[in-house]
Design a protein around this ligand. Structure first.
Ligand code: IVH
Length: 679
């Protein structure tokens, strides 16, 4: 039963209302949300619960009755022909079912459209007589910002509809988004340059769209996806799916991956499938939107003050969460790069507990002003390493101090130096124990020499026992049989396996040997490029930086890194020792230079799942540098789908379209030979 609210309840309601209004303003207007979405949703739920218990708290000015936020004056105002509403949320199957029960109470024979909820910036496109006349942001739902000039720079959005008899008025709603690949590449480049990274793709999209100068927007790879209708004149539709078929034919980019179901189990199946596959699409999704398909049913169901009754958004677990930063520590990797990382109060982000997250480098920490003791936002999207995106300044405790990189390497005590023009500090001590440990582990790893029997724990053990003290020592282990046999639980079989593994490692192709040397910036793709141009270790050692840079596909950064690595006396010694110990020094078959650039011309490739030897960006680069086109979704035009671990729904799509699927080994073959292996 409703009771009249106590002063404490009123005060809490006030506090929540203020926090929600402030957060909406910062989210919609400033593109700078003050808290993770999950936390924001929590505030809204608490406010809604208070209002459910005490309906007298519901006033027109309550955030529960409003949508978005009033705009500031940077852009001219534009009134939407019909208000842009928001959506009610469901966080569980029960809540989704409760919504569906309410729907089926009012209408019969319901079909549900299931769509992905794309995490972008809402946009309202108004076509009059088939021509785009205005594009507006949501604003407060009634009046938004006029971003027509900016939207016209987005390739996906047609200026003129491709129809013979255009309607007098067609208002279409959609989302502007920043494709994930482009977002990750842009942030990686910003981090490399020591510029602050964008918090998430939505923020990047919002920032790009809100550029006063549309020429700046034009340089950003924005896309649009339409998912709804507003006002219509001179045209009518019976159902959502029928309308969207028409919009697609008219040249508008419409929501893909859509399914229509009459059965709620099938709707829930769609939710579960996409929750598992959310990282397989080229854009960030944060939920599934379920809508009643029939437009007459929608009319019957109507609206609340802020949302339609005929649709609901199922929210997936957020990829951003807030937690406390306990400490900032520094790791020194195999190439000497010193990377600060956050030690966090453990927090569940999109289904995984996160305790550590990267902070990239000192410039990033300082640009974000992240301090020990802060509440921070942590983001983990797909196979990307979890990162701290920024502090929640309003929660900052007293007495925190700005962070700076320690002067000395925490593992060897040598100075950490930041080379001129670089964002990262380095430990230049080749014998630094942590560097050595990581170098050895990497040497033995899949992408390098793939030495069976030499995992991280064995590396630790061999180091602790003094059986190896540098990379060359690995290839001397065959002479230390007795010492190996003396180790606890090491019998003949284990020792034989390790020695056989090392022997196989020694004979890997030259590009893998190069990768195993732990040269900065030199991953598998570039190593292959180098070897193709200079098919012997000696030829690579002898090359000056200009000669390396002259190789097609090798830039100045890699050329300098390779040259300076071989020029370091300690490394030169190591290479001499490795050569004496019998590692591969020559490439088996030298592909003629230049043949690579169009090896895969005409191929359209989709990469999905997690690959062992390549990040997504590396895989894309490897393909594109050979002339292939890389796309985010499988279609009839796709030549092959490259599938790593946990590939998700793209494989089903490939199977349904009879598109061949390549595993990682076949992918290597494709990159090498320009064709898929037989069978
Ligand atoms: S339908 C009356 N479908 O999410 C509103 N919205 O959190 C109907 N969104 O306001 C919206 N993907 O800006 C719809 N497939 C989708 C969507 C979607 C993203 C956005 C939209 C909406 C917001 C609600």
């Amino acid at each position: 039963m409703a009771t009249s609210p106590s002063p404490a309840t009123r005060a809490r309601h006030d506090e929540l209302a203020r926090a929600i209004r402030d957060a909406r303003y910062r989210y919609y207007v400033l593109s700078d949300p003050p808290m993770p979405d999950g936390e924001f949703d929590g505030l809204v739920r608490e406010l809604e619960q208070l209002e459910a218990d005490h309906p007298s708290l519901i006033t027109p000015s309550s955030p529960s009755q409003q949508v978005g936020a009033p705009t500031d004056s940077a852009f001219p105002p534009v009134e939407h022909p019909l208000p842009m509403l928001s959506l009610d949320n469901a966080f569980s199957r029960e809540e989704l079912e409760a919504w569906a029960t309410r729907v089926t109470r009012d209408v019969e024979d319901v079909a549900f459209v299931c769509e992905l909820k794309i995490d972008g910036v809402a946009i309202d496109l108004v076509y009059r007589g088939g021509v785009l006349t205005t594009a507006g942001t949501r604003g407060d739902g009634t009046v938004g910002e006029d971003v027509t000039a900016q939207i016209l720079t987005v390739d996906d959005v047609p200026y003129r509809l491709d129809v013979d008899d255009p309607p007098a008025l067609l208002e279409v709603r959609g989302e502007v988004y920043y494709p994930l690949d482009a977002f990750e590449a842009m942030n990686a480049a910003r981090i490399e340059r020591g510029e602050p990274a964008f918090m998430n793709p939505r923020n990047a999209a919002s920032g790009a769209l809100r550029q006063k100068d549309p020429r700046v927007t034009a340089t950003r790879p924005l896309s649009v996806w339409c998912h709804g209708l507003g006002a219509l004149e001179g045209i009518g539709f019976d159902s959502h799916h029928q309308a969207f078929a028409w919009l697609r034919d008219a040249g508008l980019p419409t929501a893909r991956e859509t399914e229509v179901h009459t059965d709620l189990d099938a709707v829930w199946d769609f939710v579960e499938r996409w929750t598992a596959a959310r990282h397989d699409v080229a854009y960030e999704i944060d939920g599934v939107v379920v809508k009643v398909d029939d437009l007459a049913h929608r009319e019957q169901l109507g609206f609340t003050a802020r949302a339609p009754r005929w649709a609901i958004a199922y929210k997936m677990p957020p990829v951003e969460q807030a937690t406390t930063l306990r400490a900032i520590e520094v790791n020194v990797g195999r190439t000497g790069k010193a990377t600060p990382y956050a030690v966090l109060e453990p927090v569940l982000v999109a289904g995984t507990t996160i305790t550590y997250a990267t902070l990239h480098n000192e410039i990033q920490v300082q640009a974000k002003d992240v301090r020990v003791g802060d509440r921070v936002m942590v983001r983990r999207a797909g196979d990307v390493i979890p990162e701290v995106v920024g502090p929640i300044l309003s929660d900052r405790p007293q007495g925190t101090q700005p962070w700076s990189m320690p002067a000395e390497c925490p593992f060897c005590g040598e100075p950490l130096v930041r080379p001129e023009g670089e964002a990262h500090h380095l430990c230049e001590n080749v014998d630094c124990p942590n560097r050595l440990r990581e170098s050895l582990a990497h040497l033995a790893s899949r992408g390098a020499l793939d030495i069976e029997g030499l995992g991280e724990q064995t590396v630790e053990l061999l180091l602790a026992e003094g059986l190896v003290a540098d990379l060359a020592d690995v290839f001397r282990l065959q002479d230390r049989r007795e010492q190996l046999l003396a180790l606890e639980k090491w019998g003949d079989k284990r020792v034989d396996n390790l020695i056989a593994g090392i022997d196989a490692g020694r004979q890997r192709p030259l590009d893998r040997i190069l990768v195993a040397l732990n040269i900065r910036h030199l991953g598998p793709t570039y190593a292959k490029t180098l070897v193709r141009a200079r098919p012997s270790l000696q030829a690579i050692r002898d090359a000056g930086p200009e000669e390396l840079e002259a190789i097609d596909g090798i830039g100045p950064v890699i050329a300098a890194a390779v040259h300076s690595w071989f020029a370091t006396p300690r490394n030169a010694e190591l290479v001499d020792e490795l050569v004496a110990l019998g590692i591969t020094t020559d490439a088996e078959v030298a592909t003629p230079t230049g043949a690579q650039a169009d090896l895969l011309a005409g191929w359209t490739v989709v990469v999905t799942g997690t690959l062992e030897d390549f990040s997504r960006t590396e895989a894309k680069e490897a393909l594109e540098s050979r002339g292939a086109k890389v796309t985010g979704s499988v279609s009839g035009k796709t030549s092959v789908v490259v599938a790593g671990a946990d590939p998700g729904s793209k494989l089903d799509k490939a199977a349904s379209l009879d598109v061949p699927v390549a595993d990682e080994a076949a992918f290597h073959h494709l990159l090498e030979h320009g064709e898929l292996p037989d069978g």
